[in-house]
Design a protein around this ligand. Sequence first.
Ligand SMILES: [Zn+2]
Ligand SMILES: [Zn+2]
Length: 317
Amino acid sequence: MIVRFWGVRGSSPTPLTPGELRNKISAVVQRIKPSHLHNSETRQQFLSSLPPEIFGTVGGNTACMEVRTAEGTMIVLDTGTGLRELEKRGRKFREKISEYHIFISHFHYDHLLGLPYFGAMYNPGVKVTFYSPYPAMERILSNFMNVPYHPVGWDSFAAKIQFRILKKNETLKLGGAEVNWIRRNHPNGSISYKVTEAGRSFIYSTDTELTEKDFRRTDKNVSYFQDADAIVLDAQYTLGEAIEKYNWGHSSYSLAVEFVREFSIKKLFLFHHEPLNTDSEMEGILRSAQWFDNRLEHRGRSSLEIDLAREGYTFEF
Ligand SMILES: [Zn+2]
Ligand SMILES: [Zn+2]
């Protein structure tokens, strides 16, 4: 399967500000030496030597992920503002996508904001199926599109829309893959989805405040999390913020690392980034998470692959 990150920010969209862009350009200019400008190869080497907080950004769009199965089935996880980037890519490569399978983690704005602007919803030639275990999904989603919160209502959508309520412990078969789900601890609830294909599994677990219960090695937790290949996990807070914002529904990066180690998950993407954090603060959080993980490694456990979820990033496994 192929996994693409289209929106990685939590709570509210966070565009790069003009001041931040100017600071990045100025930091690049200060580092340039005449030898870097010698030819296109040296210029390229110089650019790749720049730290990620200068030559890039983690991105400001809210939660949206794409999972493509080997058969090409389009699975979308949440419809935050990143959904527009997903659609833009399809347009750029002239892809004809006639069917979308959209799994909604929960109905907070940052997970829905892209939906009213999703062109596919206005196309009568497209089929869109929404999945969630919440029986009220159809009512909640259509109310979200009510006038005057948006110029047109849900009935302006022309796509063939279906709602599929997921059953308890259901394993859904989709395009050669299987999708499972589990409830997470978050105000008004939140659902994690796991996509498994050809023995490889990818877990999306946004908006999750990890508690002692999540670390219990119950049959349910073990069968869902144990030995998964990759997880996108809520790590919005530092430990200090997690203490201060107890019960706000998000986790610290240190708890995320401990959780991933508990279930021997191979790769961790820190997700649902705090909108107040700049790119350098985000890279600082990544270094702290890696440092924390190294300390655990010294206690006899092997190191973990950790990265920030970054907008536009793609991986295949
Ligand atoms: Zn959220
Ligand atoms: Zn939420």
